[in-house]
Design a protein around this ligand. Sequence first.
Ligand code: NAD
Length: 421
Amino acid sequence: MHISIIGTGYIGSVTGACFADMGHHVIFVGRDQKKLDLIRAGKSPIFEPGLDQLLTKNRKNIETATDLSETVQRTDLTFICVGTPPKKDGSSDLSQVEVVSKTIGKSLGSHTKYHTIITKSTVLPGTAEDFIIPLLEKESGKKASVDFGISSNPEFLKEGTAVEDFFHTDRVVIGVQDQRTREILETLYSPLNVPIFTTTIRTSEMIKFASNAFLATKISFANEIGNLCKASGIDSYDVFTGVGLDTRINPKFFRSGLGFGGSCFPKDVNALIAHARSKGIDPIILHSVIETNEDQPRRMIDLLKKHLDPKGHTIGILGLAFKPDTDDIRESRAIPVIRLLLQAGAKVSVYDPEAMGNFRELFPDISYAVSGLEVLASDAVLIITEWKEFESLDYHGKLVIDGRRIEKALREAAVYEGMCW
Ligand code: NAD
């Protein structure tokens, strides 16, 4: 098939590269010429394991473009992979989706072939029916599910293992409202040999939010119990090993510690809260999930203060990315931790294997070390991201506050505080 991918960020670049690897002809449509040039050269615009190789290997199946309207005309399917960032009140900013929907709609007006538009961006339940379809129909003068196909296909991949997750996902969720679109999407995904759950568009949109809200809840639950474990002299990792052996519960997403960040969990939980409120529902659990998460950085600084007043001291930070194997710093827990340290009068020295470039834009005035080793020369060290290379540093004689459970630090540090253990 001929596929347009709109957006060359974390989701667009991975989705497009994976479809190209499945043998489809993919045109990436972007606004950033630098990112498009990288893709055309077979290089990933983001740090994501395996993505460079996939783009290089499939260069013959890949094109790039800036003209969305013309690209729609040349393809059978268009995947919307643009951002849906949070607004101040927590609700989703749909302006990027609006712009591309209007352009696709205009293009569809003069399109002679049948074309299917698929939303991969995370959008709240009802967005396709109440927002995207009306825009497409108005601009094209055509009818959705009659003259063109429309689908919602939320994405569940995890940054850091995104390529692996695409090909070996637990499930593909497809939201459709007509048989023809259902067949197109099921045919597209059937080579993956993974469970495909096809449902209504509105339901598929809700599945994405319910999944993320549940995973975020699991983490905040682990942190709440973990904080209690810490106060009671219990290792929460042992507790959740025991709890996770229950097959009704499962052991994943029980790593208690500094809490979750990233572009999805905080944004999506807050958007769901705003959505619930707009329906007259007060989502008590979801509020608590965010509150617990927001409080973990403060707890980390309190643990540090038990041993050292940060004022005037140099505090080392290991890890800036919101998780290992990505350069993504959106909502990284490093951000509130460093803000609290600066407020307390500390000097801050940081290191991350991939995310320093992105972080420098946010905090230009802190000190960027060339290695983890350099950071270890600080008066105290805070572990924010569990990069594998931090497992091989020498922590002997150090004061370490660990938000992510680096076993070597736990064994070697002179003074060691785990957040929930
Ligand atoms: P991103 O900010 O990395 O990428 C969005 C891209 O869209 C940017 O490159 C931007 O330039 C591009 N864009 C915006 N308007 C455009 C236009 N008019 N024409 C062409 N390109 C345009 O965001 P992301 O992390 O890739 O997320 C995209 C969507 O996928 C969001 O809705 C997000 O919630 C969802 N999602 C993300 C993840 C994740 O792990 N990052 C996982 C699942 C779902």
